[in-house]
Design a protein around this ligand. Structure first.
Ligand SMILES: NC(=O)c1ccc[n+]([C@@H]2O[C@H](COP(=O)([O-])OP(=O)(O)OC[C@H]3O[C@@H](n4cnc5c(N)ncnc54)[C@H](OP(=O)(O)O)[C@@H]3O)[C@@H](O)[C@H]2O)c1
Length: 300
């Protein structure tokens, strides 16, 4: 069995890999052990653990923050992947790394394919592309996955977009959501399973990996509210003001996966409905219902 090193396991995607690889003895390299200030020590410590595969889910993911603090973003999204790539080259291991469909930029209205030239429009996405370049230059065996609009994880996860929309819709009668921005809402569990299939295939290089079908933020939020059966009315609204000039089109198609016959990604709203229904069964959601009942009876 392959020896797998996982970085970023406290994050959204890293958590999904932990869940699907629960029967494997994973080696975790978390933030405190990923110090790029001492590159050689990091490379040595990785080499000594003799990995077959490093799955790198560590990244700085605050796109707005990167505009104000580009150095921190570059350390995690450019320098770290470069060092991990060097370690993989030395250890003859495969590096699996995650990039973004946002890197394609804003020059097309159709969803992007892997052969489209990235023309990033934000600091974060430029750093992600520089990370991809550092990996390619190292000469290590690698899989680079361009993905986007990830959701999943437990309700308590700070970045749980779907859970936050459920709470908002539960408390409001009306809400608006950006109708101009488009992407592929993608469940992290599906992404992690698809990545394991790519690893098993032995194929390397760049892959788009997103759920099938493109949606606007408005359609995405509407689907969350509808799947939960909540009565809140969702209306299309304008884009909110941002420092980062994020492309309005982050949609993509998994052309390489389809050509190889290994595309197991679901249609976006089918996996979203299943995930929302799971959240409605969660203790956290049930507890909200109990609180409301208690409040109503104490008001009487
Ligand atoms: N989420 C999306 O919608 C999305 C879209 C496109 C691409 N992606 C890519 O998918 C991958 C996984 O993203 P995610 O959503 O799972 O991210 P996430 O939830 O923000 O998790 C990021 C992980 O990286 C760690 N980390 C952050 N800064 C670090 C640093 N400087 N050095 C070492 N570790 C650091 C975090 O550790 P702490 O817990 O200690 O902070 C956490 O474990 C990333 O490459 C991301 O760019 C995500």
């Amino acid at each position: 069995m392959s020896k797998i090193v996982l970085t970023g396991s406290s994050g959204l995607l890293g958590g999904a890999f932990q869940a699907i690889l629960s029967d494997i003895d994973l080696t975790h390299l978390n933030r405190d052990r990923l110090n790029t200030a001492n590159e050689q020590t990091l490379i040595e410590s990785i080499r000594s653990s003799r990995p077959d595969v490093i799955i790198n889910c560590a990244a700085a993911t605050n796109v707005e923050g990167a505009e104000q603090n580009p150095g921190d973003d570059a350390a995690a999204n450019t320098r770290l992947p470069g060092v991990l790539a060097q370690a993989c080259k030395d250890a003859d291991a495969l590096l699996v790394h995650f990039s973004s469909t946002g890197c394609y930029g804003d020059w097309k209205t159709d969803p992007y394919v892997e052969t489209d030239e990235p023309q990033p429009t934000t600091v974060h996405h430029r750093n992600k592309i520089d990370g991809e370049t550092a990996i390619a230059r190292s000469g290590c065996r690698h899989v680079i996955v361009r993905t986007g609009w990830l959701y999943g994880g437990a309700p308590a996860l700070a970045k749980n977009f779907v859970w936050k929309r459920l709470l908002e819709a539960r408390d409001k009668t009306d809400m608006t959501s950006d109708a101009s921005q488009r992407g592929n809402p993608t469940y992290v569990g599906s992404l992690a399973r698809q990545v394991m299939k790519i690893i098993d295939s032995g194929e390397t290089g760049i892959f788009n990996v997103v759920a099938h079908g493109v949606a606007s933020r408005f359609e995405y939020v509407s689907a969350i509210v509808e799947a939960a059966g909540l009565s809140c009315k969702v209306s299309p609204g304008p884009a909110f003001a941002r420092l980062a000039k994020v492309s309005p089109n982050e949609g993509a198609v998994n052309v390489r996966l389809q050509a190889l016959g290994i595309d197991i990604m679901p249609v976006w709203n089918e996996s979203l409905t299943m995930y929302v229904q799971g959240l409605l069964q969660s203790q956290a959601w049930q507890a909200l219902g109990n609180e409301a009942t208690e409040r109503a009876s104490s008001d009487r």
